[in-house]
Design a protein around this ligand. Sequence first.
Ligand code: ADP
Ligand code: MG
Length: 700
Amino acid sequence: MSVNLQTPIDYLKGVGPNRADLLRSELGIHSYQDLINLFPNRYLDRTKYYKINELQRHNAEVQIIGKLTGFREIAQKRGKRLIGKFQDDTGTIELVWFRGQKWIRDSIKLNTPYVIFGKINWFNGVFNMPHPELELLNEHEKNLRSSMQAVYPSTEKLANKGISNRVLSKIMQNLFLETKGRFSETLPDHLISELKLLPKSDALFNIHFPKNQTLLSGAEFRLKFEELFYIQLQLILKNLIHKSKIKGFPFELVGDYFNSFYKTHLPFNLTNAQKRVIKEIRHDLGSNAQMNRLLQGDVGSGKTIVAFMSMLMALDNGFQACLMAPTEILSVQHYQGLYELSKKLNISIKLLTGSTNTSERKKIHESLENGELQLLIGTHALLEDKVKFKNLGLAIIDEQHRFGVAQRSKLWKKNTSPPHILVMTATPIPRTLAMSVYGDLDISIIDELPPGRQAIKTVHRYDKNRLKVLRFMRDEIEKGRQIYIVYPLIQESSALDYKDLMDGYESIVREFPQPKYQISIVHGKMKPADKDYEMQRFVKGETQIMVATTVIEVGVNVPNASVMIIESAERFGLAQLHQLRGRVGRGAEQSYCILMTGHKLSQDSKTRLETMTRTSDGFEIAEVDLKLRGPGDIMGTQQSGVLNLKIANIIKDKDILQSARFYAKKILTNDPSLALPEHKVILKTYRELSKYKNIWNYIS
Ligand code: ADP
Ligand code: MG
């Protein structure tokens, strides 16, 4: 009979009710299983024995062979402390006990070889070791001990209540004795042999009691792989189930709109990446399943044209399409661009935003419902219940990170069965992370910029060099260029940030006086109509400088603007800096990005600025960002479970993640319902998985 791993921890030898309570409250360990899954933080090297004359003040934990030659007691405020003189052939240290003194005196054999282990301190000119671990040398030699000793996570309370690392190790040992260290395998044999993985039982044994470094690495690899494998399996299955359950509208034709646009109206040659992505979308739309695709492409990579051509596929099949953008400015710009393209094809297109007036709104509602209106562009206004389509076939969301999952699902409900969904983002998510976070979406990537783009020159300047920067600005304006100056606005409501912005604006007005210079200002507190007016003046080239907050971050396209100045750049995140820089470099002229900061910079700020000046590759920037911030702050990670990893690390274990995903996919491709006998173990594990939240809750 095997031991039931759901057994409450109280029943384990060496635990008892008090310790059980502490393990529950401090470490969340309720059952045997929870204890097995308490993975060590690190390991101590017990292969090294120090000589006393080798000790240095920074050796934290050391192991020494020597003899106790005598004791003395020293009185202190409360009670006394016991000092033992311990020596080897090179010197002497003091062992110190504040508790259990009688037991020590009675049980220690003087002048007999011991191995001691513990932390050393330097005090009053000698090294001492409080409460050392002591073991007779001949016992020590008999024990087949692990050369590396696991160090478990702990808390102050545990330590104070006497549940030391040694006690935890002992309890763990009892658990392995009681279960005989045998645990059910949770991966199929063919994977274990193909990848040369340690069997589950060996992996669990060696993670707690590593026999050597090789076995420890093997154990870590096996457990990380398993953890990531089941997460990927879950995501891929979710995606497959979705595809089989949710029927999409098959767009069978590639018809006149698409073909005539492609042949006669395309304003430029598509890049290879754009062509590839259009094919991927075409494939999805032509199948019977609903498309759920994420399109990633750096700023300026040309996502809009891909969106438009996808919409044409919908129209060719008698469906309507819509495009939703997060801001008024961006929607207007999309509308204007797409209006020009649609005009040539006689396609009806309208714009719907918060500032669309009532009579226009009414007309839009009507023509949408009777099907006269083919394309609708707009903001969140599209989501309102009153907005009803006759036959919506494709919904596109631009800059999807600005929208929540709830909004995406609202679009799903705009037809009797859900329309195809394409979400676009210019916030690059490292591939590895995207796999975990958006594993349920298919991903397309435009990884190529249209030809002829000049790299944007990016520099970091300190505030004290402002005069030079102003001179540079004048020169560029002289050449006919336009300039953005962006101020941080962390919170729309922060009065302090507005003061910075207004002060900045006023000093710019002083430096660049009218009528020679015209300056626009745009920020979130302005009425949409005023914002739009200012923005339009800049777009038309009537103003040379645009002072703004991050409202201009997304999408805005002014090809003649070639200088981006970011004030207090240290206050922006990397993703945001990269987005802002993407506002320039859209025309033929050499563009510049100037990052202004004060002198005091944190290490992270320095890394961000250095990264910005070194590279303009969005994916590389995203990798750095991920390292600086961890996955917790990256959009979408909260929902995905990548943060609940127990042993794998999404950043460091990228390669294992990739391999886990590869095998999960391979297995599901050959055996989508996991029906083959050799996959029984996966199915069983997977079923348990859906019962419990994370994969460590079901080992047996
Ligand atoms: P983003 O991916 O940031 O949304 P846009 O779709 O706004 O990028 O495209 C940026 C600019 O590049 C636009 O002016 C667009 O017309 C232009 N563009 C897009 N694709 C190409 C291409 N294949 N060749 C030349 N210019 C292109
Ligand atoms: Mg765009």
